[in-house]
Design a protein around this ligand. Structure first.
Ligand code: ZN
Length: 393
């Protein structure tokens, strides 16, 4: 499906611009009109890492008039294997600033806007609203869902890409003309199921393969040429050297862009939604984690346990582990419920999947309950391994 150009053309190109972009200008489909649209376009790259690096280089070279870069991270030596917008002398510098310098070197006609900050639910709407198009190069699910939700709520298209080892994917999500990311992936994968590039590795050149597809789609959207990847998922296998295009339909039941959306503003906590846990929680659960089966063994052995369910009352209504006491996570984090915890009994925390209980465990340990533990996989694991007769949700 061809779509009209996303951006109005600029009034004119200067003599310098005509010289610089001559190889675009002589392509009939791009021409003067297309180049003027690129000049007028405002594109934001979320992340100046693996995908953002090649994407920003080519967006700049192509003559996109305004390029925003949002990244809070600094350049590390281990980035240089694939993040080609940064060099040796940039190690230790903010990525957004390093990327901006490279862009100015390639094309000083580009207006570069640096957002040297973390994209979060408090700034995402305001930052996105300044751009025509977003190029998403994020590497974590929490940010990915937030980028999608903000783009859909603002009615903006975005070009998505993802990379892992030898496999890459790319698509254009634009709820007004096709599906959104939630139509494709309604739920994030369970925590720990999909390793990040930092854990699993990525072939450096894969970033260029997928990043260049993203720029290709950005140029098509801006200028209104060709068939954008709206409603299509491009799947690339670098080992087989194979590109496959998979059709993705808009989900009428999508919570965000479906017929009866229930998500009408940004979520409260994307980390919680995606099961990401903080460094403190990570530290707290090390050597303080038991399985659902071990909990059952402790109960059967008559161990004196104070078993605490840190979920919300509505979840407690659905199912519960026998012997548990309900104390929602918020009351532990605020300190409000700390007086209810005994000093002389074994404290065991659980939630639905083990994310909230890990956060609560960090708070309890910080309050001095050093021997407290939590249940890996939460009540979901209890249902799966101990008591399949319980209802699940
Ligand atoms: Zn959707």
């Amino acid at each position: 499906m061809a779509l009209p150009p996303l951006v109005e053309p600029a009034a004119e190109l200067s003599i310098d611009e005509i010289r610089r972009y001559s190889r675009h200008l002589i392509i009939p489909d791009v021409g003067m009109d297309g180049q003027k649209r690129l000049k007028n376009a405002k594109v934001l790259a979320v992340g100046a890492g693996g995908l953002g690096s090649p994407a920003l280089l080519y967006l700049a070279a192509a003559g996109v008039g305004t390029l925003g870069i949002i990244d809070f991270d600094t350049v590390d030596e281990s980035n240089l294997q694939r993040q080609v917008i940064h060099g040796v002398s940039d190690v230790g510098r903010p990525k957004a600033e390093s990327a901006a310098d490279s862009i100015r070197e390639i094309n000083p006609l580009v207006n570069v806007v640096i957002h040297n900050t973390t994209l979060d639910r408090d700034n995402v709407m305001e930052i996105f609203s300044q751009y025509d198009l977003i190029v998403d190069g994020t590497d974590n699910f929490a940010t990915r869902y937030m980028v999608n939700d903000a783009a859909v709520l603002l009615g903006k298209p975005y070009v998505w890409g993802s990379i892992y080892r030898f496999d890459g994917q790319a698509s254009v999500f634009w709820a007004e003309n096709g599906p959104c990311y939630r139509c494709l992936y309604p739920e994030p994968p369970p925590p720990g199921m999909v390793p990040s590039c930092a854990e699993g590795g990525v072939l450096g050149v894969l970033c260029a393969s997928i990043g260049s597809i993203q720029v290709n789609e950005a140029i098509k959207l801006i200028t209104g040429i060709g068939e954008p990847l709206v409603g299509k998922l491009m799947v690339y296998d670098a080992l087989e050297m194979e590109y496959r295009k998979i059709r993705v339909r808009k989900d009428p039941n999508c919570v965000l862009c479906g017929e009866n959306p229930t998500l009408t503003e940004l979520m409260e906590d994307y980390d919680d939604f995606c099961g990401a846990i903080s460094a403190e929680a990570e530290e707290a659960i090390a050597n303080s984690t038991i399985t659902a089966r071990e909990l059952k063994d402790w109960q059967d052995a008559g161990k004196d346990l104070f078993l605490v369910d840190v979920r919300e009352p509505a979840e407690w209504e659905i199912n519960r582990i026998p012997g548990a006491t309900l104390i929602p996570k918020g009351e532990i984090l605020s300190g409000e419920a700390l007086s209810r915890f005994p000093q002389d009994r074994q404290i065991v925390l659980h939630c639905k999947s083990g994310v909230r209980s890990a956060e609560a465990l960090a708070a309890l340990k910080a309050a001095g309950f050093k021997d407290a533990v939590h249940v890996q996989g939460g009540i979901v694991s209890w249902v799966n391994t101990v008591d399949p007769s319980l209802p699940s949700y």
